[in-house]
Design a protein around this ligand. Sequence first.
Ligand code: NDP
Ligand code: 8X3
Length: 257
Amino acid sequence: MMNLKDKIVLITGASSGIGAACAEIFAEAGAKLILVARRQDRLEEIGRELKEKYSCQSHLIRLDVRDRDQVAATFASLPPEWCAVDVLINNAGLSRGLDKLYQGNIDDWEEMIDTNVKGLLYVTRSLVPGMVARDRGHIVNIGSIAGHQTYPGGNVYCGSKAAVRSISEGLKQDLLGTAIRVTSIDPGMVETEFSQVRFHGDSDRAQQVYQNLTPLTAYDIAEVIFFCVTRPAHVNISEMLLVPTDQATATLVHRRT
Ligand code: NDP
Ligand code: 8X3
């Protein structure tokens, strides 16, 4: 198993859900963490907790991944002791709305495409050249079951995650001949702040998504990411689709009544 002691792991969207769970599991393994999100207070709380529990060193970055210039400037000026990123977890992302396409809110579309697709690309473009120069690294992109199966009302979100899937595949092909690995992790239902964000803070509607079934937890996903990252260097897990036992497809779920 690959040793993560003092490896530098950069996680976007580290302020909640899957990203925060990744921070925990990699901190426990002795990695140094660069934690990226817009909510600085959350990052500070997580950084403090991980320091207390695991003596984890973290470098916190308040950043909106949609801001192309800021992404480039931030990663071009990482402190020298933080710039050799070993693992990049492109996790920042969101869904907005579940409207029929012809009734969709165009601002919601812009936000999803700008974050899930363009933001992921900006971060990747900033950090992967260093990995290539060092001939070392692993990029983990968080896709979704939504990138495999489009569901009613999913339209633009599903399209953004299908794009992530293609981008992961393209990146893997373009890195062939280097030692760098690319993994796409594609979860089904995970209970995080995801549905709160999708429904613009409508908690009742968000809770209904997970009602009477057992969803995946953020930690379930973090464990799988950790497994992929810690395989021996010659093993690249290209793609993993994970669903709760209560979910068969994007729309076919079993709810206990
Ligand atoms: P959460 O809403 O709990 O977490 C999303 C994270 O992304 C937050 O830390 C948020 O931080 C960050 N983020 C969002 N927009 C930006 C931005 N513009 N710049 C920087 N950070 C941003 O949801 P999840 O943990 O569930 O989501 C993580 C990923 O997993 C997403 O890509 C999502 O699409 C994917 N996914 C989720 C599934 C689920 O069922 N939950 C299933 C399949 C995939 P902040 O607001 O502080 O910036
Ligand atoms: C999140 C999974 O199917 O709820 O990407 O959109 S889904």
